[in-house]
Write a protein that binds this ligand. Structure first.
Ligand code: MTE
Length: 330
């Protein structure tokens, strides 16, 4: 992503700090992980490890779930190693280096935690995280996550459709958009107060995008609760949009009649639009979006893989944008 420097210039950090040795080690780890998952599945009938092809990390509290049956909810692509998904992160509240969130986010306090749902709704409410966890059945969805920087991962998320929550607060007919506000706590987040972004980090969706069954309110990954660096205790995952739309550590959800501002749109309007749908045909003003590198699989010198329109979810979400000029509404 862009980083605003002290003199208001912009730099684009190298996103691919993976050395060939690291790539080799990641591949080896992946193979071992696959074997471990197979063994565990066969021995214990461990449903998720067996079917999804990953080993539960065994580090955090496990979350019960069933595999999602929603159309497009489970890609059969290789799952990114847990270690990579939890050590190569964007969570600017904890620093701008990919390794910073894993290093610094242990200070995040995820209990007590409340999420306020307000704005143009008939039944505004504040949910305690324990209540939110049980609001609907937890499902596993294996989604691709494509970052605007040109890398991607495949992650087994746990959660339920955001629509389950929105339905319960009864949006009024005037509600057209949903704003997501995330935690901005100076005491526990070392980069709050830095000038990198306007805090709190906010994001937004059109109401129909927010109500789409693939839009996931996520509480966990790899069979366990979310690690802090991945947005604990509750985040959004919108698989057909660039990763920055997937707001982490949400504290407030507001239904509005106007398109809300978003963190990256406010930082650089001409570079990050409101929609931010993954689109290989619309380049970022300073780099192409036509291809991507899969973290943990594609080495620095490997041929990049082609990026798919809507990140491969066109069959499920393409109709949301029928008739729209996607070059204008990028
Ligand atoms: N949410 C908050 N609160 N702060 C952030 O800096 N970064 C975004 C998004 N959500 C971000 C955030 C970006 S740029 C990406 S690519 C994804 O989180 C990364 O999610 P991951 O670390 O789980 O891969």
């Amino acid at each position: 992503m862009l980083i605003r420097t002290q003199d208001h210039g912009f730099i684009h950090p190298d996103s691919f700090e993976i050395t060939p040795r690291a790539v080799y080690e990641q591949r080896r780890r992946f193979l071992l992980q696959g074997l471990a998952a197979g063994a565990l599945g066969a021995a214990a009938g461990g449903a998720f490890a067996q079917s999804a092809g990953y080993a539960p990390a065994g580090k955090l509290t496990s979350l019960p779930f069933t595999r999602s049956k929603a159309a497009g909810a489970v890609t059969m692509e290789k799952i990114t190693a847990y270690k990579d998904a939890t050590s190569y992160n964007n969570f600017y509240e904890f620093g701008t280096d990919k390794a910073d969130p894993a290093r610094n986010a242990s200070t995040l306090r995820t209990r007590p935690w409340k999420v306020e749902v307000a704005g143009l709704v008939g039944k505004p409410r504040t949910f305690d995280i324990e209540e939110l966890l049980k609001l609907s059945a937890q499902e596993e969805r294996v989604y691709r996550l494509r970052c605007v920087e040109g890398w991607s991962m495949v992650i087994p998320w746990i959660g339920y459709s955001l629509s389950e929550l929105i339905k319960r607060v009864e949006p009024t007919p005037a509600a057209k958009y949903v704003e997501f506000v995330t935690l901005a706590d100076k005491a526990t987040m070392p980069f709050i107060g830095s000038r990198v972004l306007d805090w709190p980090y906010t994001e937004g969706l059109r109401l129909d995008e927010a109500m789409h069954p693939l839009t996931l309110l996520s509480f966990g990954m790899y069979g366990e609760v979310l690690p802090n660096q991945n947005g604990a205790p509750v985040r959004l995952v919108v698989p057909w949009k660039y990763g920055f739309k997937s707001a982490k550590s949400i504290v407030k959800i507001v239904l509005t009649d106007k398109e809300p501002g978003t963190a990256w749109n406010k930082a650089a309007k001409n570079e990050y639009g409101f929609y931010s749908n993954v689109n290989p045909e619309v380049d970022h003003p300073r780099w192409s979006q036509a291809s991507e590198r899969r973290i943990g699989e594609d080495g620095l010198f490997a041929k990049k893989r082609k990026t798919l329109i809507f990140n491969g979810y066109e069959a499920q979400v393409g109709q949301l944008y029928a008739g729209m000029d996607l070059k204008k509404f990028y």
